[in-house]
Design a protein around this ligand. Sequence first.
Ligand code: ADP
Length: 595
Amino acid sequence: MFRSLHMKLMLIMTLLIVSLMTVVGAFLVNSVSSFYLDQFYTQMQSVFQNDTEFYHDLQNAAPGEENGAEQIGRMLETYTGNLGVDGLARNYYILDGTTGAYLNGSNDQEGSGLEMTHNLALALAGEVGDDSDISASYMDVAIPLTRGDSRYVIYIKDTRQTVQNLTNELVTLILEALAFGLAISVLLSFLLSKTLITPIERLTEGAEEVAGGDFSHKIEVDSKDEIGVLTATFNNMAGQLQNTIQEVENERNKLDTLFLHMTDGVAAFGRRGEIIQSNPAAEEMLGRALPIGGEVDYAALFGEIAPLEQVLEPGQQGYVEGALERGGRSLELLLAPFDKEAQAGVLVVIHDVTERHKTEEMRKEFVANVSHELRTPLTNIRSYAETLVDNAGALPAEMAKNFLNVILGESDRMTHIVQDLLTLSRFDSGRSELNLTAFSFSEAIESMTNANRMEAQRHGHTLELQLEPGLPQITADRERITQVMMNVVSNAIKYTPDGGHIQISAGRMGRNRVWMEVADDGIGIPEADRDRIFERFYRVDKARSRESGGTGLGLSIAKEIVDQHRGELRLVDRTGPGLTIRMELLTEGPEHGKA
Ligand code: ADP
């Protein structure tokens, strides 16, 4: 009940008023009593001490002539005003100085039953009794008096009725003031709560909304006081918070997108090895789904590289490196702990290096092939040249000429290889420009076929040409396309045993494509080697190829040329004997429709 600020405020004000009134009341009552007491003794002093003449008269006026007590009574009667004697609350009494018996006084009735107070006892003993006790229910003063042989005591006693009445009135007044003050405190606390607590309540509501995620809620600022400043600061803070959260959100979205689309695989594991995050690249590289909280865990995936505990405490380097082979892929891994202090888990970054390895392998193979291809003719040249030098003049002229012809042939072969390699390197570096012209596709095929007829005849092959009528013009580098056709047809002639059948056909497909096929019934190539026929230096039968002057580079150059024309060069899928190679080209040339 006393939890609310309103109640607390009311309680404080009530307590304040009650305690204030109590203190004020006590002080007032006490002051009034003290004042009354002081006044009493001042009056007594002024008569019995300061007015020496009166006191002298009291002692000496005609002693013995008449009853002394009556005489003293009469004299005192003239001083009732000075002494404040009213016959009700305050009275004077004249007592016998020896026995204390009542002789005369302003109130006979009370006088006969006077109690023996401390002051009275003192006076009977011959001393002035004027001790005051503020807590007593009366005030009194007793003065001994000696007249001749007689001893009297003048005793003045006040019942304090007057001060009691005054005090009662004061207490009533204070209680009334208290009641009034309490009523005001209730009213004031109500007003205070209205002006103080209402804005605080509004602020609390606003804070709850912000805590619930609604940052757009603005609290009205009504005043310029501290609460007004607090409200404005709160609004400002909510705005800042909204901006910061927005920034964090944007940052997270960016990271999410990056995480989702990055080519490297990333997987995060908790301290117990459970998956807590992974991206599609990681799933693809590892060839399995990586559901969060699923059964697949760190130990199953990467346990063979390093146990989780070792990655969590990776030592100085801060991470562990490893490699894996999965589904024909070569993967390089980097395993690092994150949130080091708390050891929250392990982050694994997976890099697919299959292509790099393949390229490296190919590069090594290529260098080995080049060296080998160049060394063979060089060895031949050297041995023939050595024989010539060693037997200078001793060899028959015919034989020496033969040797020299071999040397020439081998150096031609080397030149051929080097030229082919240069052509390929130009393709690789993108320095090979196409010289595009429009020409008749059928005419180009016809002239290429005619150029090969002699050679075909030499091998007893039948060379058949079958062209669809109305073949269109094409835009291409005529010289290079002719080089491709020549290569394919000469291969067909080379790799078909004498007396074979070679068919060259061409046609149109779709709106903007033409094709040419060269089919032979020769040795063909084994099924396993079909994919490799366009690789550099690839030859099914090295000896046979070399014999016929082949380098193993012809078809790879042909494929590069056709690719550069955005066309296609491939083997036709058919059963043997022999082989069919198909070339497809765009009629409008490689530049057409390119972005
Ligand atoms: P090469 O200069 O050795 O002829 P190519 O690149 O032109 O090199 O051909 C590569 C290899 O492909 C050849 O060595 C040969 O083994 C094979 N090949 C090419 N064309 C044919 C074909 N028509 N029939 C059988 N094998 C072929």
